[in-house]
Design a protein around this ligand. Sequence first.
Ligand code: GAL
Length: 743
Amino acid sequence: MNRRKFIQLATTLLSSSASIQSNAIGASDCVETIYAGDAAKARSISFDERSLIIDGKRCLLISGEMHYPRSTRDMWPQLLDRSKALGVNCISTYVFWNVHEPERDRYDFTGGRDLAHFLQLCQERELLAFLRVGPYCCAEWNFGGFPSYLRDEPNIELRTMNNPYLDRVEKYFDRLAEEIRPYLAPNGGPVAMIQVENEYANVAKRYGEAGQEYLRWIVNLAERVGFKIIPTTTCEGGASGSIETLNGNDIPPERAAGFRLKHPKEPMIWSELYPGWYDTWGHPRHTGRDGRELATCILEFLAEGGAGWNYYMWHGGTNFGRDSMYLQTTSYDFTAPLDEYGRCTPKGEYLGQLHKKLVEHRLILLEGNRTSENVTMNFQKTTWTRGFQRLELLVNRGKEPQTDASGCSVSPGGACLRSGDGDYIFHTDQIDATKGPAHDATKWNDISPPLMWSAWHEPLPPQRDRASIVRSSEPIEQLKLTKDKTDYCWYSTTINTWKGEELLAIPYGGDFLYVYVDGELVSQSVAPLLENRGFIVPSGSNQPMVVADQNESSKTDGYRHQFNLSGMKPGRHRLEILATAIGMVKGDWQITAPMNMERKGIWNGVLLDGDSLNTEWFNIPFLYGEKIHIATGPERQKWLKVPEIAKPLTWYRATFNLSDNELAHDSDYRIDAAGLWKGSLFVNGHAIGRYWLIGARDSEADPTQSHYHVPSVWLKRTNVLIVFEENAVIPSKVRFQRRLFSA
Ligand code: GAL
C-alpha cells in the first residue's frame, strides 16, 4: 500500500471514530490527552481536511520553533518546560545538515548536536515534534544548512536533480533516519510530522521541471528511509505525497481560499507565523509584533479553517561561532515569545493565555460547522456550532472601533472570541499585551571589577611563514582556500605609483574588506552591506543570469568595493587586502545565482586606476592566531600590555572570576561590547560569535547588536574572555554583565 493510501485509509477509519472519541476528551489539553500519561506509547498520526488526527483524536497544533544548536544542550530542558507551560503542544526544529555532517562523511550526533536527546526531552514532556529535515533549510543559518564541502563536489547543483547532489543527500538521509526513526510517533516517539525541503517556490523558476522532479524525489526519499508512517510536509512549494503548509505574517482569506481549492483533503497548517524578524548588521533592529496582533491573526486563521500553527521563532536563540548566514547578527532573538536567553517575554505570556483558551475549545473549532458573515465592512463574525455548543468570533480589521448588535465592542486590529451565551473566552482588548512576567524588569549589572586586558598583535603578511602562502597571478577566491573554516584571507601584492594617489577597485569582492598600504590600515569597505547583492558573476560569464524570485536583486555592482589610496610617496608599495567573510548566503536570491556559486574574498581581479593588477599575489587564508588556536587552545604566546595607541588586528585577553554562589544562581550572562568595532568573541575556548558594533543605516541609533549572549554553562570560577578586534580600538568599555533571578 502506498503512503497516501495508508494515510487515507487511516483517515477514513479514524475520522469516523474521531468525533465519537472526542466527546470523551472534554476540555483538557490535546497533547496531555493524546499522551494520557504514557509518553512512550506508539501513536498513529493521520489527517483529514480539518486537522491532524493522533490516535483518533483531533489535534489543534500549537507549535513553537526552536533550533537546538541555537542554544546549549543544558538549556533544552528549561526551554521545553517553559514552552509547555505556555500551552505549546509541539516543538518544531530544523535539522541542519552542516551541524550533523560537519566534514564530508563525518557524522556527528553528540553533545549539542544530539538530536535524539532533544527528541527524548520533548517526549518526556509530552510535547510533539515537527522536524524540518531539509536537506535545505534557510533559517538565516550558514549556507542555509548545507555543509560547505558540497560546493567542492564536482559538477554539483544544489536543490535540483543532479547525481552528485542526490548521492550526498541520500547518504545523509540514511544516516539521519537512524537517529530519527525510533522517535517517530508510531514507534513510540514524539515526532508527528516531517518537513522536507523549504519554500521551494522561491527558487522554482530557476530549476524548472528538474526542480519539480527533485521535490518529488525528496518526498519519496523521506518515505524510503522510513518516515512514511507519519505525514510528510513541504512548505510554500509542495509536491504530491506531502501536505503543503503555509508561511507568512498572516494568512489572509484569499490565501486560505486558494489553499482549500488546491488542497481539498489536507489540513491547513501555518508552518511559519512570524512573531518578529531577524536582524542584519548595519540595518535597523526589528521590534517585532505584539501578542495582541499575533492573537488576532491566529483567531482569523481559525476562522478560515486553520488546523494549527508554528511560531517561527518561538525561541530564536543565538548563532554561536560562525553559524550565522551572511550578514545575520549573532543574536537570533527574533523578538520571539521566549527571548534569546530563553526567558518568557510579555508576548509569551499573552500567547500563553490565548493557547489555554483555544485548547479548551479545540473540538468545536476543529469539528464544528463554521459560517462567516460581515457585520459591517471589515468587521467579521464567524460562528462555529457543534451539537448544542456555539462559539462566535468577531474580528475588526477596520480603522475604527466596532460594536456588534449584542454590544461587544472590538478596537481596530482586535478580536473577541465568545461562547454562545455571550461570555468572553478571549478578548484581545482585555489583556494588556505589554505586561510581562515578573522577571521582565530584571536589570543587567556589570560584573565588577572592570576587566583588565592584555594584547597580542596578529602578524601582517610579511611576518607570515611561507608555508601559509599560496602564490598566484590574480587573487584566488577565498572559499577555494578556506573551505569556510575561517572568515579571514589576506591578499598581498606590491604596487607602483607615480602620482601618490590611486583608485583601487575590486569589482567582485566579499564581504567586508580592509586595505593596508605598507602595513598601515588606510581604508575599508563602506557599510552597511546589502542582504541581497545581485549577480555574483559578471555578465558574459557562462552562468545564465536568471532573476528567479522577487527578492532577487538584478544589481550588477553589488560586490564592488572602491578605495581611494592617497598620500603615498611615488614608488613601490606593499598592498595588502584583508577579506573578512560574514557568513555564507542562505539562498539563491542573495546572490541571484544558484547558492553553490557563493564566493568570498576577491574573485574577479583588482583594478588600480582602471588597470588590472596582474602582479604576483600572495593569498594567505586564516589568521595566524587561528592557526595557533589562540582563543580556543592552550596558551602558546606571550600576552603583552595593551598599547596606548590601538593597533588594528589585535587579540585581547581578560580574566574574571565568579564565586560558587554566583555560579549556583539562576542567571543570564552577556558581554556588552561597547567601544569595539568588528571581530569575534570567545569565552573559555567557546566561540560566542561574530560581533560588529555598526549602527543602523538611517539613524545614529545604537548598533544593531551591542550585547552578546554567554551561556552560563560555559562559565566557571576563573574565566578567560578573548576578543579578536579587526580595527584600531581598545576594549576599555567592554563589560561582562549578568542578570540575576530570584529563586
Ligand atoms: C522563511 C524561511 C525560514 C526563515 C524565515 C525568516 O522564508 O523559510 O527558514 O528564513 O523566512 O526568518
